[in-house]
Design a protein around this ligand. Structure first.
Ligand code: FAD
Length: 382
């Protein structure tokens, strides 16, 4: 006969663990099964891009292993286990041939790195880091190397560039955009951060893509689409993350950019919920910690029998480029930018016609203005 568990949570990232932590504050007893494709270590993913700056190895970033977490949360955790399909009709998940029934199912299975096809024979030296184990593998490979090429100049690519420079590595960044962090920063703020990173020795190649990587006696050679060649030893792919949708689509759940959920974090199936990087909450896909914490608190109450909608206040994003600190709250709608710049210190404010603050980007010493400005920011989901 089939096993039956009241609550199943797929994923033990910050979304899964925070949800269960919050749920246990409401309900100490209801059996919960957590399933994760990785080893279930509890770690703070944002710390992956500050390993050198904070002087932490991969194992030092692990706060507790799955065994400790299971004990602490009074749950069962199955590690290195991949859920392969979901049948909402019969309330069943499948792990290969094995099936487990649920009353309520929570999808907290995160986002996956956008895949790239790079020609050449050096695929094993290209690392897309999306969990602590990936990071440990990367650090092991990095050990005897000197040069790193980062593909992608978004938030994560730039954080790694700063961190690896702090670790003493020579860093090249290659990205097919004309400014860094294009999705979040207005140009003057981006150029301030770029200037700071260049001061650390980071070399930017903005415009081209990495086409081909080949191994040589001395390391790797990356051929860029503009004909340029970059010599390096190891490559990080930080070209973007996408909510994992495959299993949700196959299960017939409504998806858009992420798995569609309403304010109660409910998917198009009444007994399946989603939060964290895989979820599109009332139209918003936000791959950050603050939204998933708010979602975890609300969903915990709902699962405990007290239906609760999530709301998001303002959620400024700190970009961990300590050479030129950045905090940004991207405007949700178009407005007019007013930008003051002095060296690497930029204060960029975006206001609507009536003068109300819609968003901002602050760099360098201007980050000190954030507390005052945060009070003026609109809520993301009221
Ligand atoms: P994940 O942590 O990806 O967890 C997904 C879980 O699902 C894992 O346990 C995985 O094994 C499991 N899983 C996936 N598929 C299956 C399956 N089929 N079966 C079973 N299990 C499965 N955000 C900020 O707010 N501030 C920052 O400064 C910041 N810095 C960042 C720096 C880096 C380098 C990165 C990569 C991200 C950063 N973020 C930051 C984003 C933030 O870390 C994420 O939003 C957050 O960690 C997402 O958590 P999650 O639990 O939704 O997903």
């Amino acid at each position: 006969s089939q096993t039956q568990v009241p609550v199943i949570v797929i994923g033990t990232g910050l979304a899964g663990y925070n949800l269960v932590k919050e749920f246990r504050k409401q309900d100490a007893e209801t059996p919960v099964l957590m399933i994760t494709a990785d080893d279930g270590c509890n770690y703070s993913k944002p710390m992956l891009s500050t390993g050198f700056t904070k002087g932490k190895s991969a194992s030092e970033l692990a706060m507790a292993d799955a065994g400790k977490m299971a004990e602490q949360l009074n749950v069962t955790i199955r590690t290195n286990t991949r859920v392969t399909s979901i049948d909402p009709e019969t309330h069943t998940i499948f792990i290969g041939e094995e099936s487990i029934a649920y009353d309520k199912l929570v999808l907290a299975w995160g986002a996956e790195p956008v895949a790239v096809r790079i020609e050449g024979d050096a695929g094993e030296h290209i690392f897309a880091i999306n969990d602590l184990q990936d990071y440990a593998n990367f650090r092991a490979e990095l050990d005897d190397k000197k040069r790193v090429l980062v593909m992608g100049a978004g938030l994560i690519g730039c954080e790694y560039a700063n961190d690896l420079s702090n670790g003493g590595y020579e860093v090249d960044v290659v990205a097919p955009c004309n400014q860094i962090i294009p999705n979040l920063l207005p140009e003057p703020a981006a150029s301030a951060v770029q200037h700071g990173l260049e001061g650390l020795g980071v070399k930017f190649h903005l415009g081209p893509l990495v086409r081909r990587v080949t191994q040589t006696e001395q390391g790797l050679i990356a051929d860029l689409s503009n004909g340029e060649q970059v010599e390096t030893d190891i490559i990080i792919s930080a070209i973007g993350l996408r909510p994992r949708l495959d299993l949700a689509v196959k299960a017939g759940l409504q998806v858009n950019q992420g798995i569609c959920v309403d304010r109660s974090l409910q998917t198009s199936d009444a007994d399946i919920y989603a939060l964290g990087d895989c979820a599109e909450v009332d139209g918003k896909v936000l791959l950050y910690v603050m939204p998933l914490m708010a979602s975890a608190r609300a969903l915990a109450k709902t699962l405990a029998g007290q239906p609760t909608d999530v709301s998001y206040g303002a959620m400024p994003i700190m970009i961990k480029t300590p050479v030129v600190p950045v905090v940004v709250s991207p405007p949700a709608t178009e407005g007019l930018w007013d930008i003051e710049r002095s060296g690497v210190n930029v204060k960029a404010l975006c206001r609507d016609d009536a003068g109300a603050l819609l968003g901002y980007a602050l760099t360098g010493t201007c980050v000190a203005d954030k507390l005052a400005l945060n009070k003026e920011l609109p809520a993301i989901l009221k």
